[in-house]
Design a protein around this ligand. Structure first.
Ligand SMILES: Nc1ncnc2c1ncn2[C@@H]1O[C@H](COP(=O)(O)OP(=O)(O)O)[C@@H](O)[C@H]1O
Ligand SMILES: Nc1ccn([C@@H]2O[C@H](COP(=O)(O)OP(=O)(O)O)[C@@H](O)[C@H]2O)c(=O)n1
Length: 231
């Protein structure tokens, strides 16, 4: 399915999860999507995919005509496997190894700070609400850095995940990944466009204080309680 034009407003429930690197966004969103039968969109993987493809075209992370042209030429669509939507660029899906390579880890925050890159992905990310509806999901859970503040600021269920830096570095090293968690957080929080911050009104969860299952269950309970109350 290709990125469409419409962005009609619906009452469809949307959960946004924002937070720094390794705060638990993807694992939590996966669990929530499976329990609630929501579509799961991982917007970090969108920035990673564009970073991988742009680097492969020899484009550096700065505003240039080459960057604008490459972004305009890219055709973005999605493939849904289980509850997860994955980005397909020009008909291709990238492997987890490509998306999490050291080169991508080192460059992704620089590409993500560029307004043309963010603008290209904003429309694509908002389209996931229509994709979830079309595919018969009961809602959308979407995670990243600016989801509750920029992509879906009107979403009824907005969460901000946090955990101290040493916990997060430990989590990444247990996964066998070389990642500059602190450097990416600094760049993501300090950029001009759509910086990482806790959106006003979002519920903060320190994931260092709970197991993954407890965090998933807190979010699912909040959504289910509030949805029951609204009916
Ligand atoms: N509440 C939690 N308690 C302990 N470990 C967690 C928790 N949430 C996530 N993790 C673990 O932390 C690591 C990073 O989680 P991940 O979901 O990839 O974070 P993010 O998407 O924010 O980068 C994973 O190995 C995951 O299993
Ligand atoms: N909504 C988003 C999501 C990710 N990003 C960028 O993409 C990078 C990779 O995101 P990610 O969610 O895969 O990172 P991890 O938290 O999984 O390490 C981040 O460091 C940000 O620079 C962003 O700018 N806005």
């Amino acid at each position: 399915m290709s990125e469409p034009v419409s962005d009609s407003a619906t009452d469809f429930p949307i959960i946004t999860l924002d937070g720094g690197a390794a705060t638990g966004k993807s694992s939590t969103a996966r669990g929530v999507s499976q329990q609630l039968r929501f579509l799961h969109a991982d917007t970090g993987s969108h920035y990673r995919a564009l970073t991988f493809l742009l680097l492969r075209k020899g484009i550096s992370p700065e505003e240039s005509d080459e960057l604008t042209e490459a972004l305009e030429e890219m055709k973005l669509s999605a493939e849904v496997d289980g509850t997860l939507a994955s980005l397909i660029a020009d008909g291709k899906k990238l492997s987890p190894e490509d998306l999490r390579s050291l080169e991508v880890n080192r460059n992704v925050s620089s590409f993500a700070a560029l307004p043309p890159v963010r603008n290209r992905l904003l429309r694509y990310q908002r389209w996931h609400r229509e994709l979830a509806l079309e595919k018969g999901f009961l809602g959308l859970v979407i995670e990243g850095r600016d989801i509750g503040s920029v992509v879906f600021p009107e979403a009824p269920f907005r969460f901000f995940l946090e955990a101290d830096e040493s916990t997060r570095i430990q989590r990444r090293s247990e996964e066998g990944q070389e990642d500059s968690v602190a450097a990416r957080d600094k760049a993501d929080s300090g950029r001009k466009t759509a910086p990482l911050h806790c959106p006003e009104g979002a519920i903060r969860i320190n994931t260092g204080n709970y197991t993954l299952e407890e965090v998933i269950s807190q979010i699912c309970q909040k959504v289910q309680n509030d949805s029951d109350a609204l009916q």
